[in-house]
Design a protein around this ligand. Sequence first.
Ligand SMILES: NC(=O)C1=CN([C@@H]2O[C@H](COP(=O)(O)OP(=O)(O)OC[C@H]3O[C@@H](n4cnc5c(N)ncnc54)[C@H](OP(=O)(O)O)[C@@H]3O)[C@@H](O)[C@H]2O)C=CC1
Ligand SMILES: CC(C)(CO)C(=O)C(=O)O
Length: 344
Amino acid sequence: MTITIIGAGAIGGVIGAYLIRSGEEVVFIDRDKVHVDAMNKKGLTIQMKDDSFTVEAKAYTIEEFLAAKLPVETIFLAVKAQHTKEAIEPFKPLMKPDSYVVSFQNGLCEYDIAEVVGADRTVGCFINLFADYLEPGKIEYGGVGSLYIGETDGTVSERVLDLKERLQGWGEAKATDNIFGYLWSKLAYGAMLTATATTNEEIAGFFAEPKLHPVLNAVGTEVLRVAEKQGITAEPFDNWNPALLYPHKKEPELQTSYFQLAERLRGYTKTRTGIWRDLAVRKRKTEVPQQLNPVIQIGEEHGLAMPLTRKLLSLIQEIENGKREMGMDNLRELEAVMQESGIS
Ligand SMILES: NC(=O)C1=CN([C@@H]2O[C@H](COP(=O)(O)OP(=O)(O)OC[C@H]3O[C@@H](n4cnc5c(N)ncnc54)[C@H](OP(=O)(O)O)[C@@H]3O)[C@@H](O)[C@H]2O)C=CC1
Ligand SMILES: CC(C)(CO)C(=O)C(=O)O
């Protein structure tokens, strides 16, 4: 069965290249024609710390793919959250009755996908590897992380087990009956990482510095409260264990886990978030509103004021709009909101 990857950037590129290498039939669709042409001409290169490999790749722009009238079977969606719906819509008419879309994204994109193709054709995925698009035809695989596949209704279906097997070509993918537990846990962790992206500092330094832990804790706690209200059990992964932070902070284990996380991140060649990269390098809008607005909205529905998440979103949007510089002063503003709110 062909895997059609929509969005051949950091995540789509890494997953696709490994699957091609393991013998899967993979087709890439990306809106960046220069990248598409480079992949077709010289293959797709995955650059790691001490190694690299190149695979032959079949890639199309959206228009080229639609003109070729190729069928679509399994779709892996790996665009930034704000492009979710527009990325799938053109391909919906090409999907077969048993085709489905897997979200290789951060956030709660599964809900957006379900609105386009239906909940029964949407499969959830949590991914925590670290990667960056470097140049046309070249992706940096900057650090290995977990990958879980699961149905949004919590069942472990045949297609989930099949995907898990096929993804072994990338690495140790696992099936889960609690995909939203991973996605909400990543939303909390991701909000903490988003706070780091308001500065120019590396992520590892935040987890290594105890003075910065209170503000990270407050940002993570606010999201985990919403998850709890939703009846979600947030899952641990890759040295991040939400149960050490919320509902009751468990020290000294929490601090020890942050030091371990810092150690893990120091081994990665990708040292900052994709959000930081969009702001500082690629100079474009981030996916932060698509990730944080739903959390704020759901939090408010539960009667939570969400001051830290709101402040974080406004900091990022002001940086996007050129109204604010990146820097540690932004963290100080977040700390002030933390103190006012009493959240720790
Ligand atoms: N990078 C990472 O380490 C991690 C990323 N994630 C998540 O994975 C998702 C993908 O991120 P990432 O791979 O970093 O993003 P990238 O920007 O590297 O890749 C996305 C690619 O999709 C292309 N694209 C955008 N819109 C469309 C469209 N409508 N049709 C086809 N292609 C399109 C983009 O083109 P253009 O550049 O022109 O917009 C880009 O080439 C995000 O939700 C992110 O949060 C999760 C874990 C780790
Ligand atoms: C920080 C990271 C790598 C965490 O998975 C990420 O999601 C991104 O860079 O977009």
